[in-house]
Structure formats: structure tokens, C-alpha cells
Design a protein around this ligand. Structure first.
Ligand SMILES: NC(=O)c1ccc[n+]([C@@H]2O[C@H](COP(=O)([O-])OP(=O)(O)OC[C@H]3O[C@@H](n4cnc5c(N)ncnc54)[C@H](O)[C@@H]3O)[C@@H](O)[C@H]2O)c1
Length: 280
């Protein structure tokens, strides 16, 4: 498939470009920054430049849209929100007009977590139910999270209006091998956000999911919430629920919950399962 990853020079972009190239896709990578260690050349473009976005779509069948401000921490609210919205609209509208068939969008767990700062949940935060999945109602707590929620709404629109298959992936905290090692060696030092269900996912698993979504015969609009089977506390789901989510409604009996996130829908539709975890 001819695939355009935006944000290709970023952390996830690196894993995505490598994985998609190895999987046999024709990858046209773009970012506003140069990066030399990718398997493909990075085409430099600013996604705020509308004509540039049209040029990027030539010959493209699927867009993997990762290029955004990727955090709110320490940044200007209007800039993060306005620029993410502009990048998303420039890419989605150009894709629709160019006849792109599928769009995958890097949304965020922050759409649901109500975090006004990373790792500092609102006092009243609470999860609507456990295990979590892609149907959890939005509760954005900062302008970055709000831009991600609106990105999801935009994609539902582009599915309805342009017939594009669109998948928003609410990515949890993405980790590399070093992070994973630190969680394993000292989980208590890495409790993470309770409002995010103590979730995480290895960058490689996120990249593999992108490939699985590209290959899957999906229709319509989807929101996926993928996560590692285990949690940042490195404890059993039952222990974490008893200690941190005693009042949260459970969708099945406690003894039947093997993870704080239910990824069975993603597996059923794409065949994807995460490989990296803190478990031995
Ligand atoms: N890393 C995480 O834990 C995490 C969690 C949830 C969601 N996400 C989302 O996943 C995506 C990738 O995350 P990441 O960790 O690789 O982020 P990153 O910041 O490393 O990469 C983002 C890339 O987007 C590019 N970009 C930003 N503005 C641009 C513009 N105007 N024009 C062109 N390119 C531009 C940047 O140059 C950068 O290379 C982001 O959309 C992020 O919001 C990441």
C-alpha cells in the first residue's frame, strides 16, 4: 500500500516508518524536521502549509497522521490547539479530495482522562467503567486533549461525507525498552495517571497496530484504545481495581478481568495483539 506517515521524524514516526517499510508498504514519509536514521527519505513539509498537504497526497492510498504537537505540558494553549486543528484539517481535507482510502490518526488516552496536566489527574477524576475500551466517553482536560477529541469528531465526519475508512487510535503513554526496564525495576516510582488506567504501550506495538489497521478490511469509523496487557503498577488487575478503582463499575466479574483494558475488539477486527509487557 502507498502510505503517507506524517510526523515521521518523531518518536512513533521512527518505529512506524521502519515497521511499515519492513512490512512491504511503499512509505512516503514527511515531517517538518529532518531525520537521517529512517529507512526512507523524509520529505520536509509543514502541515500548517495547506498547498504542501495537497502535494503530499499524490499517489497516496492511506495516511498515518502522527504529526501534531504531541503534548500540552509547558506549551501555549492557543498554539497547541489551533495548530493541531489546522494540521488535522489540512491533512484530512486534502486526503479526502485526493481520494485517499484510509486514515489512521494518533489520538490520545488524554481524550478520556480529564488530565489538566500530565500525571496530575483532576481531583474528581474517575473512570466510567472497567475494563476500558475505545467507547469510553471523552473527558479532555487540556487543549491538547481537546484537539485530539475534535480530531476524532472530524474523522467521523470524513467517513460520513467522503467515505474514507478512518481509525482514531487513542494511544496511551508510549514507552521504549528503557522506559519498560524502568517500570519493571521500580513500578512504584512510575505510577502514572490513575485517570489513564495506569496504561502504557510499547512504541513497537503501536507501530505494529498501524500496520494491522492498514491491512484489515475495515469499514466506517472506529476508535481503538490499545494498551499492553499489564499495567504500570506491575500488579494484577484485581489488586489495582481493589486499591484504586473500588467505586468504578465493572463490566464483568472481577475474577474474569485479565487486564484493565479490553482489546478484544481490536484483535477481532485486525488480528493485532501487543507483544511487549512488564511480565516475565
Ligand atoms: N508518545 C506518546 O506517549 C503519545 C501518547 C498519545 C498520543 N501520542 C500522539 O502520537 C503522535 C506521535 O507521537 P510522538 O511521541 O512520536 O511525538 P513527537 O513529538 O516525537 O513527533 C511528532 C512529530 O510531528 C512533527 N510535527 C509537529 N508539527 C508539525 C508541523 N507543523 N508540520 C509537520 N510536522 C510537524 C514534529 O516535527 C515531530 O517529529 C502525536 O500525534 C502524539 O500526540 C503520543
Amino acid at each position: 500500500m502507498n502510505v503517507l506517515p506524517t510526523g515521521a521524524a518523531g518518536h512513533l514516526g521512527y518505529y512506524a516508518c521502519r515497521t511499515l517499510t519492513e512490512a512491504g508498504h511503499t512509505v512516503r514519509a514527511t515531517d517538518k524536521e529532518f531525520r537521517a536514521d529512517l529507512p526512507v527519505r523524509v520529505e520536509i513539509a509543514d502541515l500548517l502549509d495547506r498547498p504542501a498537504c495537497y502535494r503530499l497526497m499524490e499517489g497516496v492510498e492511506a495516511v498515518v497522521h502522527l504529526g501534531n504537537h504531541s503534548t500540552f505540558r509547558g506549551r501555549d494553549a492557543q498554539r497547541v490547539f489551533n495548530e493541531n486543528m489546522a494540521m488535522n484539517m489540512n491533512i484530512f481535507q486534502a486526503a479526502a479530495e485526493a481520494g485517499v482510502k484510509k486514515i489512521i490518526f494518533a489520538s490520545s488516552v488524554q481524550v478520556i482522562s480529564g488530565n489538566h496536566e500530565e500525571h496530575k489527574p483532576r481531583a474528581a477524576d474517575g473512570l466510567p467503567y472497567l475494563p476500558l475500551d475505545g467507547d469510553v466517553p471523552p473527558d479532555p482536560g487540556n487543549p491538547y486533549a481537546l484537539s485530539k477529541q475534535l480530531g476524532e469528531i472530524m474523522l467521523a465526519y470524513f467517513t460520513r461525507q467522503a467515505g474514507i475508512v478512518c481509525v482514531a487510535i487513542r494511544l496511551p503513554w508510549l514507552v521504549d525498552d528503557d522506559h519498560l526496564g524502568r517500570i519493571k525495576s521500580n513500578p512504584r516510582r512510575n505510577p502514572g495517571a490513575r485517570g489513564e488506567g495506569f496504561t502504557f504501550l510499547h512504541f513497537q506495538d503501536a507501530a505494529t497496530l498501524v500496520d494491522a489497521v492498514l491491512r484489515a478490511p475495515l469499514i466506517g469509523f472506529r476508535i481503538y484504545f490499545p494498551a499492553s496487557r499489564d499495567n504500570r503498577l506491575c500488579r494484577s488487575p484485581a489488586e489495582v481495581i481493589r486499591e484504586h478503582f473500588a467505586d468504578t463499575p465493572l463490566r464483568r466479574p472481577l475474577e474474569q478481568i485479565d487486564s484493565l483494558v479490553d482489546i478484544s475488539g481490536i484483535e477481532r477486527e485486525t488480528g493485532w495483539l501487543p507483544k511487549f509487557s512488564t511480565l516475565p
